[in-house]
Design a protein around this ligand. Structure first.
Ligand code: ADP
Ligand code: MG
Length: 621
């Protein structure tokens, strides 16, 4: 019997490959934009006609190609980006497979014009269905222009399955934005059927986000920065109050490449935990920089999923970084004000001198340990941190200054001067918290000074935050302290309240409640959590239930969190209560030992800071 296996002709092989690489016009757009970036372009323009079905044109001012390279670029597995298998583990380019142009040329009419900087003439190639139709010298500007006409002209099945122009254009705009957002140092423009859709100057990441999504974004963004051995994170999340009902702008980039990752998305969502309810989604724009050898590159070119070697650590680091960022935002409205000002800085200056501030990282950082702590802040951690609350605040303070400095472009000297000033007003050598000054205002706020900052702490909210974290720990560890009653007390509840008590019975017993039901609505109470021991029993039960029901409807918290919050609300000190110096200091200590000192679970601030510059401003200095 005759042999029947044959090698496919290149044109057919390319067409098959094209089926994977180019699913729709937007895929071709992505490949061309990425090639332009890899070619070092500083300005890239995209034009589409008929949602890319008739024309996709990308013009770049990158390095261009020689005559031979221009011809070779359409060959399959022809790439200038890797040479050996080892290079696969040190990728710094978007492409490396050498498949895209071969695939596109197999299923479209392609015209390429390209010229290298010092060449007198450039090259022009016309290729249709993998067949070179024309190749000649041409005079053109430095850089490369690809024009892709009549995509899928020879694959009618594909062409017929394309969606409406509005759907296909939307896909193209999505791809365009994914690339343009993170490459903010490159100028981009986009035209749809001759109309300008975007015209983006090069600038900072913040400027690019604002240029794309609108001026309002400038006030919505909270910077997130973190640097660890595993990953560097730079970017922004939107403030909780701007969260959307639908998944809004959620962008993760890894080494400047857009990716989708449900797990890491969860890390961000989780960092917002009690600040948002379950139907709200934060927007975010986060770029993760990781060692290319630590990610799996052996992934399909068109896929946006990516595998990390150390995904769990990255999860923990992202969550912590976003939490910290949100915490800082809550404490410092002035910081926010400065950021807006930074927007006026001339572009060139901004670009030159801006240094991304980094958060000081504990060299013994172990993300898993941190993970544990965040989920269940143990009493031990709190006590350990409690005596160092000014240090905790200091870290915040330094970072804040660093950010402001970076954005206002203060010079090295100015920076040092500022830092010195900061420490001059410090508590000198006093490290004992006991010696700090705290003042109670209106029996409601505690005023204290730290460095150049004046902190106004809401006593009721502060205590609620402290107790919330404490009760949550007790709930998780089942180690609440019970105060046994000398004379057990019987209480009578309404039918529905009695039901509710049964429902949360296992949890509240972990907090220190000790009771037995007698009949349907009566309970005999033998013990209560020590934190409630000075309240009338019936009252504390009813109060707890009332708070629990209130938060059931107000926030979509987990049951344990609702119970912890209800307990915190009923056991906490209230506004209007006189506090001694010692009580206030203790409160401040404990607050700064919290995982999230700056706000309540519903996002309301616990601390407001007013810095000296702000005061000077108020006095018109
Ligand atoms: P890959 O990007 O994976 O290398 P492509 O098929 O996309 O493969 O491109 C093949 C080669 O053509 C690239 O490696 C590059 O050398 C060259 N090339 C493609 N587009 C451009 C461009 N816009 N400017 C300069 N060179 C380009
Ligand atoms: Mg490519």
């Amino acid at each position: 019997m005759a042999d029947i296996i044959k090698l496919l002709p290149d044109a057919v092989a390319n067409q098959i490959a094209a089926g994977e690489v180019v699913q729709r016009p937007a895929s071709a757009v992505k490949e061309l934009l990425e090639n332009a970036i890899d070619a070092g372009a500083t300005s890239i323009s995209l034009s589409i006609k008929d949602a890319g079905k008739t024309l996709i044109q990308v013009i770049d001012n990158g390095q261009g190609m020689s005559e031979t390279d221009a011809r070779l670029s359409f060959e399959r597995h022809a790439t200038s980006k890797i040479k050996t298998a080892d290079d696969l583990f040190n990728l710094h380019t978007k492409g490396f497979r050498g498949e895209a142009l071969a695939s596109i040329a197999a299923i479209a009419h392609v015209e390429l014009k390209t010229k290298k900087e010092n060449a007198d003439l450039g090259s022009k190639i016309i290729i249709e269905g993998s067949e070179i139709k024309e190749q000649e010298a041409c005079s053109c500007a430095k850089g490369t222009t690809f024009s892709i006409k009549n995509l899928f002209y020879n694959v009618p099945a594909r062409r017929n399955f394309l969606k409406s122009n509005s759907v296909e254009s939307k896909h193209i705009i999505d791809e365009f934005l994914r690339v343009a957002l993170i490459h903010h140092d490159i100028a981009f423009s986009m035209y749809n059927d001759g109309n300008e859709v975007f015209n983006l100057n090069s600038g900072s990441f913040r400027q690019r986000i604002v240029a794309i999504f609108g001026d309002k974004y400038n006030t919505k963004l909270v910077p997130v920065t973190e640097q660890t051995d595993i990953v560097t994170i730079e970017g922004f999340v939107t403030k909780p109050e701007f969260a959307k009902k639908t998944r809004g702008e959620q962008y993760f980039f890894v080494n400047n490449r857009f990716i989708k990752n449900a797990y890491l998305n969860h890390a961000v969502q989780n960092a917002f935990d009690q600040l948002l309810n379950k139907e709200q989604f934060p927007s975010y724009f986060l770029n993760l920089t990781v060692d290319p050898s630590k990610i799996d590159i052996n992934i399909h070119p068109t896929k946006t999923e990516i595998k990390f070697e150390d995904e769990r650590s990255i999860y923990a680091i992202i969550r912590t970084a976003v939490k910290q960022a949100l915490g800082k935002f809550n404490i410092s409205p002035t910081l926010d004000f400065e950021q807006e000002k930074s927007f006026d800085i001339p572009l060139s200056k901004y670009k030159e001198e801006v240094k991304i501030p980094t958060i000081r990282v504990n060299p013994n950082f172990n993300p898993f340990e941190k993970e544990k702590q965040t989920f269940s802040p143990s009493q031990k951690t709190i006590n350990k941190n409690a005596t160092n609350w000014e240090n905790l605040y200091d870290n915040f303070e330094e970072n804040t200054t660093a950010i402001i400095d970076a954005q206002l472009n203060t010079t090295e000297n100015e920076h040092t001067e500022k830092t010195e000033q900061l420490f001059a007003a410090n508590w000198d050598d006093e490290t004992e918290v006991k010696t700090k000054t705290v003042i109670q205002i209106h029996q409601k706020f505690i005023l204290t000074q730290l460095n150049n900052n004046h902190l106004f702490i809401d006593q009721q909210r502060a205590h609620e935050r402290i107790l919330f974290e404490k009760f949550l720990t007790h709930l998780e560890n089942g180690n609440g302290h019970s105060q046994q009653l000398l004379f057990p007390e019987t209480i009578e509840l309404s039918n529905s309240d009695a039901e509710l008590i049964r429902e949360i019975e296992p949890d509240i017993k972990k907090l220190g409640f000790n009771f037995n039901a007698i009949g349907r609505t009566a309970f005999i109470i033998n013990g209560v959590p020590v934190e409630l021991s000075n309240q009338p029993i019936q009252h504390s039960f009813e109060n707890l239930l009332e708070q629990f029901k209130h938060h059931q409807s107000e926030l979509k918290l987990a049951q344990k969190e609702r119970i912890a919050l209800a307990m915190a609300k009923s056991a906490g000190i209230k506004s209007g209560q006189m506090l001694t110096q010692e009580e206030m200091l203790h409160l401040v200590e404990q607050l700064f030992a919290c995982q999230m000192p700056y706000s309540l679970p519903n996002g309301k601030p616990t601390i407001i800071s007013l810095d000296i510059e702000n005061l000077n401003q108020q006095f018109n200095y």
